[in-house]
Write a new protein. Structure first.
Length: 247
């Protein structure tokens, strides 16, 4: 049986292990990052308490959405009256808000194999005439696609750190993929960790979750064996099944 190591956070791809088992692939979760709170919640709390200053709230990850929901609850904020329009990259991010920020309107951009999720969301916001300033809760080591695109089109973006991602050690990364025939990577930072931790001869076939990670892999000399058409469980299963098909 083939073995796929999933380096993303537990539960990132619901039902993936069960679906892969049907095609004789064992999925093993070995997360190589963990989420930590920021050094201070003061900036996010201040922004949420004065949310009437913003025209839009943009969320590009379930972690950021969960942090916003937690702080709304912790600060006792009632999300009524003049509030920013909420934009999210997809269902998982919207669900992580737990209804704490009201309805999420116009938030689900068309999936594309050519653009990363943040880029898609930025273009959807621009097409829909999203108002600024844009409150953008994000990770400490975030990618800049969304704020860069919005700013290039004249919108003001306020980036507020709401979590920190801590990478595993090189030894943990090597141990995670040891003996695996495939590894699923969902971020350029984890890809770079694995590149540095694993010699070329010890690298399993790489499944990159999307175009951004795939591009980073190619640049690092570890071209992906498969990239799903969209970052979803069905597309992942299809891409992985393609690797198992006789050539």
């Amino acid at each position: 049986m083939e073995t796929l190591v999933i380096t993303a956070s537990p539960g990132s791809f619901a039902g993936l292990a069960d679906e892969l088992r049907k095609i004789s692939v064992q999925a093993i979760e070995r997360p190589l990052t963990r989420s930590e709170p920021p050094d201070s919640w003061a900036r996010l709390d201040e922004a949420l308490n004065h949310r009437d200053r913003y025209g839009s709230l943009a969320l590009t990850s379930p972690r950021a959405a969960a942090a916003v929901a937690d702080r709304i609850r912790a600060c006792g904020i009632s999300w009524v009256g003049h509030t920013p329009r909420v934009w999210a990259v997809g269902g998982a991010t919207a669900e992580a808000l737990q209804g704490m920020a009201g309805s999420v309107q116009g938030s689900f951009p068309e999936q594309s194999a050519d653009l990363g999720a943040a880029e898609r969301l930025a273009h959807v916001m621009l097409s829909a005439g999203a108002a600024d300033p844009v409150l953008f809760p994000c990770g400490e080591n975030r990618r800049d696609e969304l704020p860069a695109i919005l700013r290039a089109n004249g919108l003001v973006v306020d980036e507020v750190i709401c979590y920190r991602m801590v990478l595993a050690s090189a030894e943990q990364a090597r141990d995670a993929v040891s003996g695996a025939s495939m590894v699923l990577v969902a971020s350029p930072s984890v890809l770079q960790l694995l590149v540095e931790a694993c010699s070329a001869s010890a690298r399993p076939r790489l499944v990159a979750i999307g175009p951004t990670t795939a591009a980073a892999a190619k640049s690092a000399g570890w071209p992906p064996a498969a990239v799903p058409s969209v970052p979803s469980t069905p597309a992942l299963v299809s891409a992985i099944a393609g690797l198992l098909s006789p050539r």
